[in-house]
Write a protein that binds this ligand. Structure first.
Ligand SMILES: Cc1ncc(COP(=O)(O)O)c(C=O)c1O
Length: 390
């Protein structure tokens, strides 16, 4: 695989992924897609593990995991000792939320587009302690988006024990003003967890500069690492008292020893991070991220024009575009959106998620290296034909 081969992206690199050509894949944001080369690097680690399981677990894995954390930290503008691997963003957010020592009447601050699984975890820990959830309003589309950071800050109160903000929202693909919100939380002395499930590889990240308290990110999405590769970054002064959801031998031994061993498991997805990072760089690194964002902007404009509707997150520097389907009088429910998504998959061999908002049913399309504008022109045709049947 030469660097020159990657000067052209889209169809020119699609064969690097084991994606099924019978399907139109414009949904990278959901679960990512891992290139063959990175899967091969993971398989090589697995072969090493299975050749001498006990030697691998005791003598190779601890150092290899730390070397992987160092490489990832360099990409994130962080230090390796502040980065631990977790299986996915949900697990990382659970560790932070379930380490809170909440008292009755305490509050956890969320926003109106928080990811369902993370909001559920917050609700679970709040219910256990008699604490409550406070939600800063965030609609989609939001005519007052510019005021969101101040609206969020206004919800911080004397009982707020943790604030949670997404870097990029899941159901609406909005790039939230994390730096402004981190500054408000710091000023109020309230710890901030940034749910960056969609951050690494999609947008720019400099964790030292951001100076939040916790940042959770998925590498399997936009960095195209294997599934099971995610991380938790924790500011030094917050590391004591933070525990993984699975307590094991390292309990009481500090942040790294608690998180680096949570029982016997297959860590090869995490050990393949260096391969994923170098693949990302060979595709262009920052140039690839800018290209994906620009492609999503073009895709959003094209789809909105073809469908005669609106591009709901236009201008947000993300590699996902939200476009409303031209449907009136349909149920604006998750179940209905899921049924249409199933029809797109079954009848049009198209993987594109649909989200129900009070303003309509919205498509969320992703743009990664293997996509090109023609994918969205095809998608527009499929959506038009789908809508004609309704
Ligand atoms: C904002 C956000 N948070 C958390 C998650 C959960 O990620 P995972 O399923 O990898 O735990 C997602 C998944 O899409 C997400 O978009």
């Amino acid at each position: 695989m030469s660097a020159a081969r990657f000067q052209a992206l889209g169809k020119a690199v699609r064969a690097e992924w084991p994606l099924d050509d019978a399907y139109l894949t414009v949904n990278h944001g959901a679960f990512g897609a891992t290139p063959k080369l990175v899967l091969a690097a993971q398989a090589a680690w697995r072969d090493r593990m299975e050749a001498q399981p006990s030697v691998f677990m005791r003598s190779i894995l601890p150092q290899a995991l730390r070397a992987s954390a160092e490489a990832l930290a360099a990409f994130l503008g962080a230090e390796g000792d502040d980065v631990v691997f977790v299986d996915n963003a949900t697990t990382g957010c659970n560790a932070v939320l379930r380490s809170l020592a909440l008292q009755p009447g305490d509050e956890i601050l969320l926003h109106g587009q928080a990811y369902g699984a993370v909001a559920n975890t917050a609700r679970y820990v709040a219910e256990q302690a008699g604490a409550r959830i406070v939600t800063a309003a965030l609609d989609f589309p939001d005519p007052d988006f510019a005021g969101f950071a101040s609206r969020f800050a206004a919800c911080i109160g004397p009982r707020t024990r943790l604030a949670i903000i997404d870097h990029i929202t899941s159901p609406s693909a909005l790039l939230l003003p994390v730096a402004e919100i981190a500054a408000s939380c710091r000023a109020a002395g309230v710890p901030l967890l940034v749910d960056g499930a969609h951050g690494p590889g999609q947008t720019e990240i400099d964790l030292q500069a951001l100076d939040a308290d916790y940042y959770v990110g998925n590498c399997h999405k936009w960095l195209a690492a294997p599934k099971g590769c995610a991380f938790l970054w924790t500011r030094r002064d917050r590391q004591a008292g933070l525990h993984p959801t699975t307590v094991s031998h390292g309990f009481g031994g500090g942040y790294l020893s608690e998180f680096d061993w949570t029982g016997t498991r297959d860590a090869t997805a995490q050990l393949a991070i260096q391969s994923a990072l170098s693949f990302h760089e060979r595709l262009g690194g920052a140039g690839l991220r800018r290209r994906n964002i620009a492609l999503a902007q073009e895709a959003g404009a094209l789809l909105a024009a073809e469908l005669g509707t609106t591009f709901g997150n236009a201008g947000h520097a993300v590699a996902m575009a939200m476009v409303r389907l031209p449907l009136e009088g349909v149920p604006l429910t998750k179940a209905y959106a899921t049924s249409l998504r199933g029809r797109l998959l079954d009848e049009f061999q198209t993987d594109a998620p649909l989200h129900a908002h009070p303003s309509g049913i919205w498509l969320r399309v992703s743009a990664h290296a293997y996509n090109e504008l023609d994918d969205y022109a095809q998608l527009a045709g499929h959506c038009r034909r789908l809508v004609e049947t309704i």
